[in-house]
Design a binder for this molecule. Structure first.
Ligand SMILES: Cc1ncc(COP(=O)(O)O)c(C=O)c1O
Length: 481
């Protein structure tokens, strides 16, 4: 397998282990693909119709990224369950890649309050509401930043933060960590295989117009020297990072990493953005609160408003004051319509209501205690299966989520993380086998996320399935299955 420039990516593919026959694994994948087609005739019919007006039969390209012969069309989702149009039921450990982390339409205060709101109030008035004031007060108290804006996706929140950082510093570039993901933000859709050579990800090569050499620098996770080298030229406006990398499986920071990262940003005049879109799983104050991080910008989307489209970005008093001065100098007559930040539907009343209700009712210690209990049961059970079969796999845990790695040690950097995902063999087999037995796992890596609606018996059902899955991997290559 090769990347778009023809470079061989063999080393990034599924790890080789003594007791597992990779050719047989290929056959197992084929078996599961055939079973999927057999189980989902109605989805297949819908896909044929859907492809007429949607590429791949989907409204969002991400819906088509499940490595399936045709998309799985959903009839409905409730709590931690999803039902497809063929009537198959799934226990959901994906939860939409975290937006529905608190459950699909769960029976809780947010669902009730948002339903009432939809019935009684309009959403798009282009005017603020008291909900926004309360939400900004809570966010400020939780995450330590003075000013807050809202967007409709974490991608946008990162995009708008980059814009503000550039405006107030007058610097052009952002610094990101290799293989990190911060949404569909052009400046960050990059990676590198060798120092100084930036490559585009997600087919961005086919979209001319933006030269990554002028917008982006890339450092290596847990490698502070590479951060310092990148900052030394003084052209970086913003360093974007997650507290722990999550999109190549969980890659934790080494002790002292964040403290020194903060210090380097201050020393070289770059702002630091902590993107907690995925690490809200750590607790109601994210990793920022739990680990005492000190960002200049803070971003979260997805679960922050219980899956209702909403994201937030906060920034320090100093940044806010510099921004306010710039905005008023752009609009000396005070005629309005000149700010150009965000979008007209950002901060709409419905999203903001859901944001406030989520902050008040779900981002609480009580709810997280429940979710962490399920996650602990899951981690314990999966580790027992791994030990029982003596397979060289491992589990990395974080709050209410964990990752399965097809390598025995925790990941040290993003490449190590990516290798542990097991793409090219284990990954495809594990995901298809799980899906065909009634479990949903995020299609990009091996995350298992627990919601307050995840019951102990759901966890136990998955552990049993995982046990069989691993046994299947190890079965005698001469066997018939
Ligand atoms: C860390 C991080 N930031 C931002 C995003 C973008 O989120 P969205 O696709 O909702 O814009 C993601 C998406 O997975 C993410 O993992």
């Amino acid at each position: 397998m090769a990347d778009p420039t023809g470079r061989d990516l063999t080393d990034l593919l599924t790890p080789k282990h003594d007791r597992i026959d990779l050719r047989r694994l290929r056959r197992l994948v084929e078996r599961e693909l055939a079973l999927y087609v057999e189980r989902t005739p109605r989805s297949r019919e819908l896909a044929d119709r859907a492809r007429k007006h949607m590429i791949g039969g989907v409204m969002s390209s991400w819906h088509g990224d499940w490595h399936l012969p045709h998309p799985l069309y959903v009839e409905r989702a409730k709590d931690n369950r999803v039902w497809d149009v063929d009537g198959n039921e799934y226990i959901d450990f994906n939860l939409g890649d975290t937006p529905d982390m608190f459950g699909h339409a769960p029976d809780n205060e947010v669902t009730r309050s948002v339903s009432d709101f939809v019935r009684t109030s309009g959403s798009a008035t282009l005017l603020p509401s008291e909900d926004a004031i309360v939400a900004s007060e809570i966010l400020s108290e939780r995450f330590g930043l003075r000013y807050w804006y809202s967007a409709l996706s974490a991608s946008d929140a990162n995009r708008f933060s980059i814009k503000i950082a550039r405006m107030v510093t007058g610097r052009p570039r952002v610094l990101m960590f290799n293989l990190a993901y911060h949404g569909t933000v052009d400046e960050t859709l990059h990676w590198t295989l060798e120092p100084g050579v930036i490559r585009r990800r997600f087919h961005a090569d086919y979209a001319p117009g933006q030269d990554p050499a002028t917008t982006t620098k890339i450092a290596n996770w847990n490698d502070l020297d590479s951060v310092e080298r990148a900052l030394q030229d003084g052209d970086v406006a913003l360093v974007l990072t997650e507290p722990a990398l999550t999109n190549t499986g969980i890659v934790l920071p080494e002790p002292g990493f964040h403290k020194e990262l903060r210090a380097l940003c201050s020393r070289y005049g770059a702002y630091l953005l902590i993107d907690e879109t995925h690490t809200l799983s750590e607790g109601p104050r994210g990793c920022t609160g739990a680990w005492g991080l000190e960002p200049d910008f803070w971003v979260a989307g997805k679960a922050i408003a219980s899956g209702i489209p909403c994201a937030v970005y906060g920034f320090s008093e100093e940044i806010g004051d510099r921004l306010a001065a710039l905005l008023s100098s752009d609009d000396p007559q005070g005629v309005g319509g000149m700010t150009g930040i965000g979008t007209t539907v950002a901060g709409n009343a419905l999203s903001t209501h859901a944001l406030r209700a989520t902050l008040e009712n779900l981002l609480t210690e009580e709810v997280y205690t429940e979710m962490r209990q399920s996650a602990r049961r899951l981690v314990h059970g999966m580790r027992e299966v791994i030990a029982k079969h003596e397979v060289p796999f491992s589990i990395t845990a974080m709050g209410n989520r964990c990752d399965l790695r097809f390598l025995p040690h925790p990941a040290r950097d993003a490449f190590d993380g990516a290798l542990g995902i097991g793409v090219g063999g284990y990954f495809e087999f594990a995901h298809l086998r799980a899906l065909n037995r009634g479990f949903l796992i995020i299609p990009y890596y091996n995350m298992f996320l627990c919601s307050p609606t995840t019951k102990p018996q759901d966890v136990d059902a998955w552990i049993e399935c995982f046990d069989e899955l691993v046994a299947d991997l190890l079965r005698d290559p001469g066997g018939t299955r």
